[in-house]
Write a protein that binds this ligand. Structure first.
Ligand code: ADE
Ligand code: ZN
Length: 339
């Protein structure tokens, strides 16, 4: 089978996806229209042309502006459902979705409005048709704290989440990395762990390998989001291998935000060959020019990945997921039967 066909059809999980980063310009215009908001762009094309970034912060400024259009439960439902429909066409059978409540609560949107809209769509997504053989996208929700805000603000957000514990599997950490190390959030992560949440954190995207150490040692993360900079530190790489900490990597994001000079320089294949549980994900697909299959194709072309590498990446996506043991075994079996 040709690699591209394999990529498009193989069953897979997505583990690093910001729901606000799936906000396509067409939906922005639709939601702005019904909420009586006038965008400063005249067309979808004009808006897309603004998506040129030199670093993470330039992207975040535009991403938060886009996200500020979301106000009602229906907005969060539509945003999530559009992503799930797209995911179904790419043979994603399981997805773990980040959401950034502080982006919305800081504008007066209620925490419950956000989570109720998202989870109603996730529930309906369990009935979406994926292919002739498969029905339903299973999903988990991960609540991210914005690291440019204070730990006190993160505590307030954790407090709001407590009555929705059954809907949230983990807490995460995102937004502007440099200058906001994981150590800044050690107390709130400790409290989240005590409440039974798993933890993940963006680390080593633009920040140094030291931030990845901190995420592991202080925040007790089950996975690292990105982790590119880990490759500069052999001791850290050994630790990641020994502790079997998966990395959720996002090639097109790294290219668009200039985290890597060129995709041919991306550390994914070296990491895969060292036995690290790396996965490929889309991060903010509406802004970076592709969903999971386009990410797999781009990195496969850049690093000449084999069909067996693609199989290993798909396998890793289930292994690294937060599915319970039985569901994980079922999905791994589904993958192997498919292969
Ligand atoms: N929020 C959305 N996308 C992000 C990224 N790539 N890094 C940090 N925060 C983000
Ligand atoms: Zn991310």
């Amino acid at each position: 089978m040709k690699t591209e066909e394999l990529i498009n059809t193989i069953p897979k999980a997505e583990l690093h996806l910001h729901i606000e980063g799936t906000f396509e310009p067409e939906l922005m215009f639709r939601i702005a229209g019904r909420n009586g908001i006038k965008l400063k762009y005249n067309s979808v094309d004009e808006l897309r042309k603004a998506y040129e970034f030199n670093n993470l912060q330039e992207f975040l400024d535009i991403y938060y502006t886009g996200a500020s259009l979301l106000t009602t439960e229906e907005d969060f439902y539509d945003l999530t459902m559009e992503y799930l429909k797209k995911a179904a066409t790419q043979n994603i059978v399981h997805t773990e979705i980040f959401f950034d409540p502080q982006t919305h609560t800081s504008r007066g949107v209620e925490f419950d409005t956000i989570i109720n809209g998202i989870t109603a769509a996730l529930k309906d997504g369990r009935g979406l048709k994926i292919s002739e053989a498969q029905t339903g996208i299973s999903s988990k929700l991960i609540m991210c704290f914005l690291r440019h805000l204070s730990e006190e603000d993160a505590f307030k957000t954790l407090h709001c989440a407590l009555k929705h514990k059954d809907k949230i599997i983990a807490v995460g950490l995102d937004s502007s990395e440099v200058g906001h190390p994981p150590a800044k959030f050690r107390n709130v992560f400790e409290a989240a762990l005590k409440e039974g949440f798993l933890t993940v954190a963006h680390a080593g995207e633009e920040g140094p390998a030291e931030y990845v150490w901190e995420a592991i040692d202080l925040l007790k993360v089950s996975r690292i989001d990105h982790g590119n900079r880990s490759i500069s530190n052999p001791d850290l790489i050994n630790e990641i291998i020994d502790r079997e900490i998966p990395l959720t990597m996002c090639p097109l994001s790294n290219q668009k935000l200039k985290v890597e000079k060129d995709l041919t320089q991306h550390p994914l294949k070296e990491m895969l060959n060292k036995g690290i549980i790396v996965t490929v994900n889309s991060d903010d697909p509406a802004y970076f020019g592709g969903y999971i299959n386009e990410n797999l194709t781009a990195i496969s072309d850049a690093l000449s990945l084999s069909n067996n590498d693609i199989y290993r990446l798909a396998r890793n996506s289930f292994t690294a997921s937060f599915l319970d043991f039985k569901s994980k075994q079922r999905m791994l079996q589904l993958l192997d039967e498919w292969v």
